[in-house]
Design a binder for this molecule. Structure first.
Ligand code: IPM
Ligand code: MN
Length: 360
């Protein structure tokens, strides 16, 4: 199979973790006789530095002319600490999602049995948890207009806006996903306060009735959902929610497994699908070879399965990650000081598990 993959390493630890995922993808190509071409583009702070634009036109061109995108991380403290910055790295990621029409972000939270002791929850609470957050990604308060400041700059506003069509297309994807799982969708919203949430309920209820009556649908307010996630996480199957609630809840859900450094994600929509770890750019760790590459490698596994239909290859990558963890090849986020392996060591171990005869 011939595939073109656009790699956007981005900022902070992005380059180190994507490098490991590319190694693994190269091993998959050799072992299973595929031909993957990797094209590299700039995004985020590094793109601002090179050309003043966090999502340059050349990067967009690479993203439209490929079969899938592998993305590292975005963000730099230089901009976080400067509220007056006109151009911000995060705008690059938001612009890419919007321009590629990637309206659905899938964030699966799967426990890794050998790590259940690392969960911040007691083992009996975490037992049986296996959920997916389906986050709407191109609408809501992240993109709504108007946004800005009053003339005296003492008042600021953002707008949360959703159309029925935007809700329906992401909800359809959530119901389809649930059909292949335990068959339950929980719509998380704030319908006791927000008009947009009431529209979500209306649209999702109608879609459920007309197209997915065999799926179970329930509703939960976001404040309650935040609490339920850390008390009874096993209750959830598919959580469907709007952009900002999904951002917050998926970070919360991700640590249930013991480290946010383990969780992959995929974004689908109109353009090339995008695969990226849930975590951010972790600037304190940049260049130190200590970041966990597994979330990015598991994102590459999602790419193999969902974008390319390569089940065996995806299984090989996923089991290699689990095996590495079981064999104790752990970065510092997952073990005691002194016993940790480096980013490169973990990446190379996984690469060799996928294809023992390959080059590193
Ligand atoms: C994420 C990130 C982004 C978001 C930021 C970097 C803009 O937190 O992918 O979850 O809020 O969507
Ligand atoms: Mn986030």
């Amino acid at each position: 199979m011939n595939k073109i993959i656009t790699v956007l390493p981005g900022d902070g630890i992005g380059p180190e973790i994507t490098a490991q995922a590319v190694k693994v993808l190269k091993a998959v190509a050799t072992k299973f006789s595929h031909n993957f071409t990797f094209n590299y583009g700039l995004i985020g702070a590094i793109a601002i530095e090179s050309c003043g634009d966090p999502y340059p036109p050349e990067t967009h061109r690479l993203c439209t002319a490929c079969d899938a995108i592998l993305f590292g991380a975005i963000g730099d403290p230089k901009y976080d600490n400067d509220p007056t910055a006109k151009v911000r790295p995060e705008q690059g990621l938001l612009k890419m999602r919007k321009e590629l029409g990637l309206f659905a972000n899938i964030r699966p939270v799967e426990l890794i049995p050998s790590l259940s002791h690392r969960s911040p929850l007691k083992e009996d609470r975490i037992a049986g948890a296996n959920l997916v957050v389906v986050r709407e990604l191109t609408g809501g308060i992240y993109f709504g207009e108007p946004r800005g400041r009053s003339l005296d700059r003492l008042t600021a506003f953002d707008t949360c806006i959703y159309s029925a069509e935007e809700v329906e297309r992401v909800a359809r994807l959530a119901f389809r996903l649930a059909t292949g799982r335990r068959g339950k969708v929980t719509l998380v919203d704030k319908a006791n306060v927000l008009e947009t949430s009431r529209l979500w309920r209306e649209v999702v209820t109608a879609l459920h009735k007309s197209e997915f009556p065999e799926t179970e649908l329930d509703f939960m307010f976001v404040d309650n959902a935040a609490m339920q996630l850390v008390t009874f996480p096993a209750k959830f199957d598919v959580i469907l929610t709007e952009n900002m609630f999904g951002d917050i809840l998926s970070d919360e859900a991700s640590v249930l497994t013991g480290s946010i450094g383990l969780l992959p994600s995929a974004s689908y929509g109109l353009g090339s699908p995008l695969f990226e770890p849930i975590h951010g750019s972790y600037p304190q760790a940049a260049g130190k070879n200590i970041a966990n590459p597994i979330a990015t490698i598991l994102s590459a596994a999602m790419m193999l399965r969902d974008a390319f239909g390569l089940e065996r290859e995806a299984d090989a990558v996923k089991s290699a990650c689990y095996q590495a963890i079981e064999d104790g090849w752990l970065t510092p986020d997952l073990c005691e000081e002194g016993t940790a392996k480096t980013t490169t060591e973990v990446g190379e171990y996984i690469t060799l598990l996928v294809y023992p005869n390959g080059d590193l």
